[in-house]
Design a protein around this ligand. Structure first.
Ligand SMILES: Nc1nc2c(ncn2[C@@H]2O[C@H](COP(=O)(O)OP(=O)(O)OP(=O)(O)O)[C@@H](O)[C@H]2O)c(=O)[nH]1
Ligand SMILES: [Mg+2]
Length: 286
């Protein structure tokens, strides 16, 4: 038993955090206190990308659940058997309680191996630059072209994305087809010039580690979770300090403090880096 325990967990946490209601309230207050760094910005847009079924839509709902203290369903989720369940470019307002800084997460079609499968990489790049109209239905065989009605020719600052969040499922990521990881790397290379912040959210931690499944507070003791996060960080080049493990809401009927704290830690970082980038981008006139 002792031996099995040491196989699964470290003696000390590899990332320090506190738990409990106060921690959660502090995170929510911090998030509410973030001031917009640029006056012309109506909305701080964040784009979620990742393989099909990795938990993108669930993460958006989880963020709103954590902030509202109840189960919401703004983004539709599904245990889809093949292909992406989300096909539309859908903005979902994050209920952060801000009056001056409106945060919007854009849900997007999932990525799939091979060409002409899943969300086209060029459409993700266009979305980052603000060229994709909200409500656009992605077509894997036909990326958006400047002649299309859904192509926004002169995007405003509020149409652009200021942070890309790579959502990856911890229990499956090492089995992901290498071509999907290549597509993500391709996005990273293409947006280098924007100095776009990139955050990694590792979902399904409950399915990836029995220790974490039994007690979420053991997450930063888990060798498996650390190993998976390092694997993703090395493959994609996103530093560990921008990587956050979460358990998304999927079967719960009430919110849970431990789940909320992990979700809010990720959100806190996402809003901060997106806000910093909006200032840099508006002053550089990208
Ligand atoms: N156990 C567990 N299940 C999860 C978690 N996150 C998502 N799920 C489940 O995984 C399935 C897929 O989640 P979605 O949020 O629809 O994934 P998606 O990335 O939006 O998928 P596409 O739109 O198809 O690309 C759903 O059945 C979710 O309930 C998690 O952290 N833990
Ligand atoms: Mg989805």
């Amino acid at each position: 038993m002792g031996n099995r325990k040491s196989q699964l967990e470290y003696d000390a946490p590899w990332r320090k955090t506190t738990w409990g209601t106060k921690k959660k309230d502090d995170l929510i207050n911090d998030i509410k206190g973030i001031e917009p760094t640029t006056g012309d910005l109506k909305c701080l847009r964040v784009l979620l990308v990742g393989p099909c079924g990795s938990g993108k839509s669930s993460f958006i709902n989880s963020v709103n659940n954590a902030l509202k203290g109840r189960i919401t369903s703004g983004a539709l989720c599904d245990r889809a058997t093949g292909g992406s369940f989300t096909v539309e470019y859908k903005p979902i307002k994050i209920e952060s309680g801000h009056s001056s800084l409106s945060v919007v997460f854009n849900d997007i079609m999932g990525m799939e191996p091979g060409c002409k499968q899943g969300c086209p990489v060029e459409d993700i790049i266009k979305a980052i630059h603000g060229h994709v109209r909200n409500g656009h239905v992605f077509n894997p065989e036909k990326p958006l072209s400047p002649e299309d009605e859904d192509y926004v020719k002169d995007p405003t600052l509020s149409d652009q994305a200021f942070c890309v969040v790579y959502v990856l499922a911890a229990d499956r990521i090492q089995l992901t087809d290498p071509s999907v990881l290549e597509k993500i790397k391709d996005i990273r290379m293409q947006v280098r010039a924007l100095a776009l912040p990139q955050v990694m959210v590792l979902t399904n931690v409950d399915q990836a580690c029995p220790l974490v499944n039994a007690n979420l507070q053991r997450i930063y003791y888990s060798k498996k979770i650390k190993e998976k996060m390092e694997w993703c960080s090395n493959r994609l080049g996103v530093p560990m300090c921008h990587a956050f493990p979460v358990k998304n809401y999927h079967e719960e009927i009430e919110t849970n403090n431990d789940m909320d704290i992990l979700i809010l830690q990720a959100l806190h970082q996402i809003i901060h880096v997106a806000n910093d980038n909006s200032q840099a981008r508006s002053s550089n006139n990208y």
